[in-house]
Design a protein. Structure first.
Ligand code: SAM
Length: 360
């Protein structure tokens, strides 16, 4: 399939060859509903190409930003040969590698979506790339998955570092940890953004939110959950109700901290997931016994109110739940812009060593 990649993406090549904008150009892969892309734009970067294989995501991007070149399709079908961009970003879904103890090279990761991200970096040769993923990537397959990724990206000629950032530290009213793997070349330096001092809580972002569609609980679930106090969880329930609500989880030790969890106005939300009515990750509204609505979800992920989501309710929740919160994305965008802006000040230098820096 790789030999047959189509550049069947309307105007893709032409768009890139226009070269009129002086802003730093970004290719955003796995763009979803645009959380990361909005942040990069807030930072003054020029997102010239976005891709996702989910048609609702691409429709969302096109609806809100008709001028963005958002292309629907499987990344495996895209060719990036001859394309110029300063930055490549993307939150690829995480998959395991079969490595049986060997050091894997670029070609050995073929068949994974990480490979497609790395292939784009290889073909485009950006000055900087940022790969985003769930924080658990650090521990995935006892750290081997991350190590393969760092090795492959380093072999492409980049200085690679990574860090787990919590969106709560960057102006989002949500505890949401994401790993950011950053690569630079030719001596370009990148510094992760500094946390902000003021931490937001739920009431800071849900004030004045407009009504919107959203899921509700069944009558019985609502009856049970109505007994949970703001900030509380299943431990607020009488023992018989705990058993009824939690099923097998009542008897198991782990994985139940999020059950029947009602968020209070005075705390940050727990990580939003792609579906708001999974029992293991309940996030109940502080006052009303229901999950957050679609627009409340969007507020908690810092999307602007004017950002519209296309698709059915489940799709909207998924698009929002998958996103990088816009405040965190903006902080990353500012750090990328700062890195690129110091480029002119750099003396030409010979690179002597490629290193992998692990930061936490
Ligand atoms: C974690 S989400 C990215 C969220 C996005 N960065 C944001 O901030 O809104 C990952 C995205 O990868 C897309 N995706 C999965 N497989 C893909 C493929 N083969 N080609 C293109 N996109 C793909 C999914 O549809 C999903 O929207």
């Amino acid at each position: 399939m790789l030999g047959n990649r189509q550049t069947n993406i309307n105007g893709f090549t032409n768009y890139f060859s226009m070269g009129e904008s002086k802003k730093h150009k970004v290719i955003e892969l796995f763009a979803g509903a645009g959380g990361l892309a909005i942040g990069l734009e807030n930072a003054g970067l020029d997102t010239v190409f976005l891709n996702d294989n989910d048609k609702d995501c691409v429709a969302t991007l096109k609806k809100n930003k008709p001028k963005w070149n958002a292309v629907h399709g499987d990344i495996r079908e895209l060719s990036f040969d001859g394309i110029e961009a300063d930055v490549v970003t993307g939150g690829f879904p995480c998959q395991s590698f079969s490595h049986a103890g060997k050091r894997l090279g670029f070609e050995d990761t073929r068949g994974t979506l990480f490979f497609e991200f790395a292939r784009c970096v290889k073909e485009v040769q950006p000055k900087i790339f940022v790969a985003e993923n769930v924080a658990n990537l650090e521990r995935h397959d006892k750290g081997k998955t991350l190590k393969v990724m760092l090795d492959v990206l380093t072999d492409l000629g980049y200085d690679v570092q990574y860090k787990v950032l919590n969106a709560l530290d960057y102006g989002t009213a949500q505890k949401r940890k994401r790993i950011f793997i950053v690569g630079t070349k030719d001596g370009l330096e990148f510094t992760y953004p500094e946390p902000v001092k003021e931490k937001k809580v739920l009431k800071d972002v849900l004030k004045g939110v407009s009504d919107s569609e959203g899921y509700s609980y069944t009558a019985r679930r609502k009856e049970i959950l109505s007994r949970v106090k703001p900030g509380g969880s299943w431990t607020d329930l009488p023992i018989e109700m705990q058993k009824e609500y939690m099923g097998q989880s009542f008897y198991s030790g782990g994985g139940r901290r999020g059950m029947a969890r009602r968020i209070s106005w005075d705390e940050p939300c727990l990580t939003l997931t792609t579906s708001p009515h999974q029992k293991q990750t309940d996030r109940i509204h502080p006052e009303e016994t229901r999950p957050f609505t679609v627009r409340e979800y969007a507020r908690i992920q810092d999307f602007p109110d004017k950002w519209e989501f296309v698709g059915g309710t489940a799709s909207k929740y998924r698009q929002i739940g998958n996103a990088v919160p816009v405040s965190l994305a903006t902080a990353i965008g500012n750090a990328i812009a700062a890195s690129l802006n110091q480029e002119n000040k750099l003396q030409p230098q010979t690179k002597t060593e490629v290193s992998v820096k692990a930061k936490n």
